[in-house]
Structures are given as C-alpha cells and as structure tokens.
Write a protein that binds this ligand. Structure first.
Ligand code: UTP
Length: 271
C-alpha cells in the first residue's frame, strides 16, 4: 500500500512574481481555498496517511498556516462562529498528517525529494508537485490502483503540443498496455522540440520506489543547473525498474504560471 506522500514546496515561484515575493504560492487562494489544500484533499481521498512537506526558511509561512492554534482558539472563544470552528477542525486534520523537512537551497526537485529520505518507510511512495492541479478525477487514486495492478512505478502523463515539450519531462513508449497506460522506455527533462522523443509529458504526480534515493545521492545537476527527479528516474529505468506513464482522465490546471493560476480559479468555480 502507498501510505506516504512527498510534496516539494521549497522552490522560488519566480513565474508568479510579484505575488510570490513575500508570499508562498501554495497558499494563494484558488476559488477561495489555498492551492495546497486541494493537493492535501487529493492525498486524503487516495488513502495517504502521512504527507512530508519540503519547505525552506523563506516558505516558513506554510508551516505557520498549519500551526496557528492559539490564534484560532482565541477567535473561536470570542466569536463562536461555526464556520471558523469547521475551518480550524480542517486545519487540525491536515496538521496531524504533515511532517516538515527543510531544503536550504532550491537545488532542484531531485534534491528536495532526497531531503525526505530518512522518513520514507515503504518500498514505494507518492510524490506530488503542487503547481499541477488535476481536478474532476482523483489522479493519485487512479495511479495507486495502477501501481497495485502492475507492481510498478507510475507517472501521470498528458500529451502536449510539440512546440511546448521544452517545459516538461518527456518520455517515449516501450509498450502500450492499454489506451491510458504505457510502459516507459526512457524519459528526458525539458528536451529541445527538435530532439524530443515524443509529445508525452510527465505531469506532477509520481509513484516512486524507495531505491530512487540511491540514484539521487550521486546525481549531478542537469538542465539549467538543477538536480532533476527526471534524471534519477531515467537511471532507474536503465536499471530495469518498470515505470508506467498513466494518461489521467481529470482536467489539468497549471497553477505555476500567472496565466494558468488565474485560469485555475475560473475553472474550479465552474464545477
Ligand atoms: P518548479 O521549478 O516548477 O517551480 O518546481 P518553482 O521553482 O517553485 O517556481 P519557478 O519555476 O521559479 O516559477 C516544481 C515544484 O518543486 C518545488 C517547487 O516548490 C514546486 O512545488 N521545488 C523546486 C523544491 O521544493 N525545491 C527545489 O529546489 C525546486
């Protein structure tokens, strides 16, 4: 069973400046609710029991958001507002399941994941990138079902426009299992459109084996000088770890760019 999830939150969020100059992008409201709560709800519904947040000193407000008990207690005593009581109960429920780990420098997603090594108990864990919201169908839940069926690693996947492949990790297919699931032959981070192996992109949901830490420990910086989780995954594939690309059925919202962030509120408001 997959019981633990890692959420890297220590990036700088430069694409959302100026909103992120003093504010954590994961707390920005999407239709009146912080983006990170959508991700936590997806985890809970998928059966995850423990979530490990990778934050930095600059993102300490994320921890403060879940540890503001005295403030809530004082307000509730004074106002006795049932809405606030419910919000506080929800925060307490989240807080119970979150552990915090620090990444001092934003060296890349691979380095962020490496920081959680000592906390991972089982053979496989879930990793979610919070900029990628997937609504209408729980992507993590579907991926856990695929993992169970094939006893393999899984990555969420979506076909993107050929011109846009340089924004994503892109993989090519070794074998088609069915219309939604593909055994991956290799994966490359942000390829040049001229040399991209396909237009199948990896979206921010991964079921990864604990053995990835052995690769991450020795990984050198790749594209853009960052340590990418994709590069460690490619090394595992070369060692015959089975990775399945799962074409998810939900709707993808890219909340990491200004245009996407604004659009995400409009899309969620429609539901
Ligand atoms: P991104 O590189 O897509 O986003 O990281 P970013 O760095 O936050 O924002 P931009 O690119 O400057 O606009 C994907 C996820 O990985 C986390 C980020 O917080 C984001 O959730 N991350 C990234 C880390 O935790 N550590 C890192 O070193 C890099």
């Amino acid at each position: 069973m997959i019981k633990q999830a890692i959420i890297p939150l220590a990036g700088l969020g430069t694409r959302l400046l100026p909103l992120t100059s003093v504010f954590a992008k994961e707390l920005l409201p999407i239709n009146g609710k912080p983006g990170i709560e959508y991700i936590l709800d997806e985890c809970i519904e998928a059966g995850i029991k423990e979530v490990i947040f990778v934050i930095s000193k600059k993102k300490i407000m994320i921890k403060n958001y879940f540890y503001n008990d005295k403030f809530y207690k004082d307000i509730i005593k004074k106002k006795k507002d049932p809405r606030i009581v419910n919000e506080y109960k929800k925060i307490l429920k989240y807080k119970k399941m979150i552990k915090f780990v620090f990444q001092d420098k934003p060296l890349g997603t691979g380095d962020a994941v490496l920081k959680t090594m000592r906390f991972i108990k089982d053979k496989y864990f879930l990793m979610l990138l919070p900029d990628d919201l997937i609504i209408k169908k729980n992507c993590s839940k579907s991926m856990i079902a695929i993992h169970k069926k094939f006893n393999s690693s899984v990555m969420a996947s979506m076909s993107v426009h050929k011109k846009e492949v340089a924004r994503w990790g892109i993989y090519n297919v070794k074998k088609k299992i069915d219309n939604a699931n593909f055994i991956i032959k290799s994966v490359v981070e942000k390829p040049n459109p001229k040399h991209a192996p396909s237009n199948k992109a990896v979206i921010g949901r991964y079921i990864l084996p604990k053995t990835i830490f052995n690769k991450l420990k020795n990984l050198k910086p790749g594209k853009g000088g960052e340590i990418h989780i994709t590069d460690a995954i490619e090394l595992l594939i070369n060692d015959n770890e089975k990775f399945i690309g799962h074409k998810f059925f939900g709707k993808y919202l890219d909340c990491g760019t200004m245009k996407g962030y604004i659009n995400s509120t409009m899309e969620i408001a429609k539901i």
